[in-house]
Design a protein around this ligand. Sequence first.
Ligand code: PEP
Length: 262
Amino acid sequence: MIGTPRVPFVAGNWKMNLTRAESRELAGRIAAAGPEFGGSTIVLMPPFTALGDVAAALTGSDVALGAQDLFWEDRGAYTGEVSGPMLKDAGCAYVLVGHSERRQYFGETDATVGRKVRAALKAGLRPIVCVGEVLEEREAGRTTARIDDQLARGLDGFSRDEIERMIFAYEPVWAIGTGKTASPGQAEEVHAHIRRRLEEGYGKTTASCAIILYGGSVKPANSNPLFKEKNIDGFLVGGASLEAESFIGIVREALLAYREEK
Ligand code: PEP
């Protein structure tokens, strides 16, 4: 166990799914389960079109709102983009940066990740910074080298204070939306590596307090064993966050593991 036991942090990435009405319904059901969450940090990340509806559905609950992406400028002639201050204004506290789907389909690079992380922090949002290797990199034994690259290039020039406001998500690309989950041991190995790198760069306290999420086909059935690993602080959930029962089940199982082990 590293440092103080931490309650689970579980974020739901709804991706490009759900209408406004469907979003209100799902957010309402998750908010209603709040008393079960036992102090866990729960974040819902709907598409931009539903941010206002989900913000309203979460009013009075402890469930937080996040967005799936942002642009690095505050305002101006950037058709189609949404800025940090706009997300803050919509009620967001968190924003995903560098999700593998953004890297894969929209040309996001480690350099743009760095600019977006800076913009998020400037707007008072906590960025959830995603890193992860593709299958060929894992098979070639280059997983940690890839993670090191992403961290070094994406987080170049940030202060310790800024690093402490970030949340990290390890998402092996081969496990996202594929039904293949990293085993608890495989995930733990990379989480421990990320924490070691944070310790080398920013010191023991910063590293031991860092929240490092796992993402990649998390469901209620694998939440418990994954959360039992000492460096896994919670989850970034895609597909299973679109159903209230499975999302709540993931939180429930993580909480059980927390109470048993941590
Ligand atoms: C994700 O989108 O970040 C993700 C982990 O998706 P899934 O849970 O569907 O694999």
